[in-house]
Design a protein around this ligand. Sequence first.
Ligand code: GLU
Length: 563
Amino acid sequence: MVLDDPKEILFLCALQNAVKHGGVPQAGAVIGMVMGAHPELRSRAKEVSALAKDAINAVATLSPEERIAMLRTRAPDMFDALSDRHEHKKVLPDLEKAENGVVMRFAPNPSGPLHIGHARAAALNDAYVKQYGGRYILRIEDTDPKRVDPDAYGMVAGDLKWLGLGITETVTQSDRLSLYYDLCRQLIEKGGAYVCTCNNERFRELKQAGTACPCRGQTVAKNLGLWQKMLDHTFREGEASVRIKTDLSNPDPAMRDFPAFRILDLPPHPKVKAHVYPLMNFSVVADDHLLGVTHVIRGKDHIANTRRQRYIYDHFGWKVPVYRHYGRMGIEGVVLSTSQMRLGINGGTYTGWDDIRLGTLRALARRGISPEAVKNAMLAIGIGDTDISFSWDNLYAENRKIVDPVANRYFFVSDPLRVRIEGAARHTAHAMLHPGDAARGTRTLEFEGTVLIPKSEISEGVAMLRLKDLFNVRVAWDNGTPSFTFSGDSLADARAARARIIQWLPAQDSVPCTLLSPEGEMTGACEPLVRKELNNVVQFERVGFARIDAANASGIRAYFTHK
Ligand code: GLU
């Protein structure tokens, strides 16, 4: 940016300093910054020093949010310089064998909508495909009909559209059963799998003891015959399964001859007519191989599966992808279990999958969290294998960066107190729609004598208030009852008296507004213009950001996003 006005340079340096350190900047520091960045002003040092105080005072009148917004709009490069140094933008670590491009996948089960936990795998894989170039496969893993919710196919697709991933192709495993059956036959022919007709209890005992079950030694021909009986439905549920031959001496019994296919008589699959289903380890390996997946990034909870899956790769002689397993992520404050959510929805505790007490992506969207913020928060968490707890504050910080420059500002008055102000003539207040972007214009609030103010701002002892963008009010107390009188326009007077600057609404021109958060609801009123912001995130000044969810004759419903 080329600047030649020392006043503007001083103001921006003071602003940058205040954003960086908070509080009121020191004159010396600001002058030093100016001289460092603009050596041409050194010959005008006296003039610059004389102007510094005004610049600092101007910055001091701004709220922290206003400072950020203004710096971002008026000097984006100074704003960026700040964030580069302070946010420690985390770059994902390199992946081995990725130089020539990658094929990666996101593989959710369609048992409900996606939640924050899913977003991590979705965002990390996405970022790597973008980093290295290649294909990003969405694989819908629906081979367990007990865990398929027919509505989830559409919900998952909608959630991913919202998240905005670079998916290049989509496959659904229930469309691919014949491929798995075929590979199963091949694996039996190779001697890598067998059909086991032991009852579960018996098999478990033998497995614990590291002993082969009688089926393990069957000939290939016998296994193929039994496999055919599974496919024919001659065998019913629980009577037979296909097992992968692993190592019976593996110290971990869970690795020993794990199942690859099972029979389920019920429930019917919503998409295909079938009763023989691959278990996850088989279908995942089959598809990772068939689809050419080069790198798999998934949670640590899959480490045991990775070990199991290696046996299948080895039997087939297939190339194993590169795996990275990230640590667990505890998420507090919201419900994440699909079954718990479903129960709550059916029982009427939650309004639906986007109830803001849930951890679904649609609940986040409803609260005004942007998909970019979700992805950025996940990339910041990264693929480290240490267990962490998810930080809502970090998500909110990411979201604030996105919504702050966009959100228009309005007044919301919680729990309003109707107050008559004596001695004030009619006044028109012009409040900026956005403090950092004058071009957006102003809202007009007409003062006609009576206003609504937040009850919480009035407590005995308060002597003066400033109604933001309007004027000052003197508060007198008589036996605990306040009365309010006009007390001039001067912002400087209000500052000198340390008067609180509060939001207000013209009593004759406001709309009832309910602000909901996971913790509960706040009733109040807001400016009528907010009606025009349906589905947008706005900032209710000094309250926080909120997404306008509904606007009808009875008023406005907004969801609190964050401070
Ligand atoms: N569908 C599996 C899950 O959601 C993912 C399997 C995998 O990533 O390998 O847990």
